[in-house]
Design a protein around this ligand. Structure first.
Ligand code: ARG
Length: 248
C-alpha cells in the first residue's frame, strides 16, 4: 500500500513537471521577446505613443500570429540582450541581430530574414574620409558589441569609440566630437535622411544576415518561428515591410 502511494506521488510530481515545462518561465503563457529599441527603423520607441515599433516588431508580430504565440516585448540594452540570450533569460530576441559564428556558439538563430551591411557615415563637411582605408588616425563611433564594432576594430589605426547605443554615437558625430560612425545600412540611411549635415559613403563594407535568436535547447519554439517565418518570406513580407519602413 505504501508503495502504491509512493508511486502515485512520483507520478503526480512527474506530470506536474511536464505541465510546468509547457508554460514559458513567467507562467503567463506569453513569450518574452527581447529587443534593443534604439535602432530605427528596425526597432525603436515611438515618441508619441511610447510603444516599441519598427520593421522587426511588425515581422515578429506576423510570426506570432501565424505560430499562435502571445508576445511581450522587453526593451533591453544590447549587452544585456546578448548576455540574456546566452543565458536563456528571454524566450527570443529580434533586434537586427547579425547571425555570426561566435553568437551561434551561445544561441540559436532562425533562418535569415534580411541582408544588411556596415557603412560609414560622416559629416558632409568632412573631406578627408573617403573609405575605410582613410580611417587611420580617426575616431569612429559604434554601438559596443555590434558588427560595426567588429569592423571598426579590425581597421588598423582607428580610434574606436564604443557607445551603449547608436543614437549616442550619432549625437557625438553631429557635435563634432568624433569623425565617423559605422553601423548597419538601414540605420545609417535613416540618419542621413533625417539630418542634412550627414553623409553616407557609398561603399557597403560587409554582407550580413539578420536572424531571430532563440536560446539553445528551445528547439520547439525555434521550429515554430521558422515555419511561420518561411511562409511569410514566401508570401513576400520582406518586400511589404521594406516599403513600409525603409527608404525607396
Ligand atoms: N546587426 C548588428 C549586430 O548584430 C547591430 C545590431 C544592433 N541592434 C540593435 N537593436 N541595437 O551586431
Amino acid at each position: 500500500m505504501k508503495r502504491l502511494l509512493w508511486l502515485l506521488l512520483v507520478g503526480m510530481v512527474a506530470v506536474g513537471l511536464l505541465l510546468v515545462g509547457c508554460v514559458p518561465s513567467d507562467g503567463t503563457g506569453k513569450i518574452r521577446v527581447a529587443t534593443d529599441a534604439t535602432w530605427a527603423p528596425f526597432e525603436y520607441v515611438d515618441d508619441e505613443t511610447g510603444e516599441i515599433v519598427g520593421f522587426d516588431i511588425d515581422l515578429f508580430d506576423a510570426i506570432a500570429e501565424r505560430a499562435d504565440l502571445d508576445v511581450e516585448y522587453v526593451n533591453v540594452d544590447w549587452d544585456a540582450l546578448l548576455a540574456g540570450m546566452a543565458q536563456g533569460t528571454y524566450d527570443a530576441a529580434i533586434s537586427s541581430i547579425t547571425i555570426k559564428p561566435d553568437r551561434l556558439e551561445k544561441m540559436n538563430f532562425s533562418h535569415p530574414y534580411f541582408t544588411a551591411g556596415q557603412i560609414i557615415v560622416i559629416l558632409k563637411s568632412t573631406t578627408d574620409i573617403t573609405g575605410p582605408e582613410t580611417l587611420a588616425g580617426k575616431s569612429v563611433g559604434v554601438q559596443a558589441g555590434t558588427t560595426g564594432d567588429d569592423l571598426a576594430t579590425s581597421i588598423n589605426g582607428t580610434d574606436v569609440k564604443r557607445y551603449d547605443d547608436i543614437p549616442l554615437a550619432f549625437a557625438a558625430l553631429m557635435a563634432d566630437q568624433i569623425d565617423a560612425v559605422i553601423c548597419d545600412t538601414p540605420v545609417a540611411y535613416g540618419y542621413v535622411d533625417k539630418y542634412a549635415v550627414l553623409l553616407v559613403l557609398g561603399e557597403v563594407l560587409t554582407t550580413e544576415e539578420y536572424g531571430i535568436a532563440v536560446p539553445k535547447g528551445e528547439e520547439e519554439l525555434l521550429e515554430k518561428i521558422n515555419t511561420a517565418l518561411d511562409e511569410l518570406l514566401d508570401e513576400g513580407i520582406i518586400e511589404e515591410l521594406t516599403t513600409e519602413w525603409l527608404r525607396p
